[in-house]
Design a protein around this ligand. Structure first.
Ligand code: ZN
Length: 455
């Protein structure tokens, strides 16, 4: 009896262990996993009905089935439904919009995605999950139209454009060019209207500007800015480097810049200064002058520029300078401002008010203040002997900001006057010409406002 009893209790224990072990096995086994399938759908809350919806469904034990349903206004429509004999994993599903989606009365839809995995859990039924995404249908492209703009743009010069852009979910608005530059736009005068100054870089042979509007559903609209293109030939100056110049000004500058440290060859020094140092100095200028304030503007008034009284023009904008030494070309550069000279240490007084965004030494440009006049229009004053302003100052029109000098890469006392639009140097001559200013700036603003006021 005792033996039998102990044997039977051993049997019960064995059975119990078997059940526990079996349960543990099931509990820890991959085919009995208890995680629901993972569902993701690429979306930002909008659907333009052009691109398919991209859905990824994944599960450790594979998928047995899934179902995608579109719900709209109480109606349900199955978009896709599949069952798999062999479990699928990392399933990528693309769902094209159903025809009915184009005729739906409300723009708000729900995409409901259900999936069940191939796990033996849940009495062999597997783990199920349902995920819902709310989307807004937007298949309408933004509306774009030209309002007013300069009639033409000259190579190296500027233009002004005002246009209208309308969309309920406008996401991105800018002006694309053929040379890669994207001009930022500023809200102008009334809601839905925008303004931008444009610049045709002197180094580019063609110019094309296209307004691009994108909405949250990725509907895109484009219109061309209708500008008549006017070519302009710029001077090519061949400059022979003399030993006097190399041993004088260049040797002096070479001592100043870290880039020329350890370089003894005079031509190498010149190349580094004319190319590397110049590129670095110009990058700083371009970075500072690329900024455009975002706030809406209701007007843009600029007076004819003439920062130096009774000055003679000593070098023009856009000169392509080719440097040679002992008969062979060694370097080149573009002169991106207008050089003006009067007396030594003459007073520099811009005609327009603005904000000082830089007032410091900048390599070849010497002591250099930069003033922002609004709308991404900047003026720059190089080679100054002394500065009367500091970064962050607001200046009034005709305030004396500096004195001319020969700091940086300058042979004699003069002002290097630069005008920049969103980081691109333009011809100062246009901004010093009453007729050009009237035709391209004040008249465009006036015309635009009249058109906008008419509705
Ligand atoms: Zn200059």
């Amino acid at each position: 009896m005792r033996r039998k009893k102990s044997g039977s209790s051993f049997g019960v224990l064995f059975l119990f262990a078997l059940i526990i072990g079996g349960a543990l096995y099931i509990y820890n086994s991959a085919i009995f996993e208890r995680d629901v399938p993972e569902i993701t759908m690429e979306n930002n809350g909008y659907w333009n009905l052009k691109k398919p919806l991209k859905i990824v469904i994944d599960d450790a034990s594979g998928l047995k089935s899934y179902k995608i349903v579109l719900k709209n206004n109480g109606e349900r429509q199955i978009l896709q439904h599949e069952q798999f004999i062999t479990p699928e994993s990392a399933l990528h599903v693309e769902v094209s919009p159903p025809k009915s989606a184009y005729a739906m009365k409300t723009k708000d839809i729900t995409i409901s995605i259900e999936a069940t995995d191939a796990s033996k859990w849940n009495m062999l039924n597997g783990n199920s999950v349902k995920v819902e995404y709310k989307l807004k249908i937007d298949k309408k492209r933004p509306q774009l139209s030209n309002v007013a703009n300069s009639y033409k743009i000259k190579k190296g010069g500027a233009a002004l454009v005002v246009f209208k852009a309308k969309d309920d979910n406008l996401k991105d608005l800018y002006i694309q060019t053929n040379f890669g530059k994207k001009f930022q736009v500023t809200s102008f005068y009334k809601e839905g209207y925008y303004i931008s100054l444009l610049a045709w870089p002197v180094t580019e042979n063609s110019f094309r500007a296209t307004v691009v509007a994108t909405d949250a559903a990725d509907n895109i609209a484009k219109i061309n800015v209708p500008l008549y293109l006017k070519d302009k030939r710029y001077r090519i100056s061949k400059i022979k480097l003399s030993d006097k110049f190399l041993n004088g000004k260049i040797a002096e500058l070479a001592e100043e810049f870290a880039e020329t440290a350890g370089v003894d060859d005079k031509i190498e020094q010149f190349k580094i200064i004319n190319e590397d140092v110049r590129a670095k100095n110009e990058k700083l200028i371009h970075d500072i002058t690329s900024n455009v304030p975002e706030e809406m503007i209701s007007n843009f008034k600029i007076k004819k520029m003439y920062p130096l009284k009774n000055a003679a023009i000593v070098a023009h904008f856009g000169d392509h300078r080719l440097y040679s030494y002992q008969g062979s070309e060694v370097s080149e550069s573009y002169h991106l401002g207008l050089d003006m000279a009067s007396n030594a240490m003459a007073k520099i007084k811009p005609q327009n008010s603005g904000d000082v965004v830089y007032a410091d030494y900048n390599g070849l440009y010497g002591n250099m203040p930069i003033i922002h006049h609004g709308l991404g229009l900047y003026t720059l004053y190089g080679h100054c002997s002394s500065l009367n302003v500091a970064n962050g100052d607001s200046i009034r029109a005709k305030a004396q900001i500096a004195n001319t000098g020969k700091s940086g890469y300058a042979m004699g006392d003069h002002l290097h006057f630069g005008v920049l639009i969103q980081g691109i140097e333009v011809r100062p001559a246009e901004w010093m010409d009453t007729q050009w200013m009237k035709l391209n700036i004040s008249n465009v603003i006036k015309d635009a406002k009249e058109i906008i006021d008419r509705g």
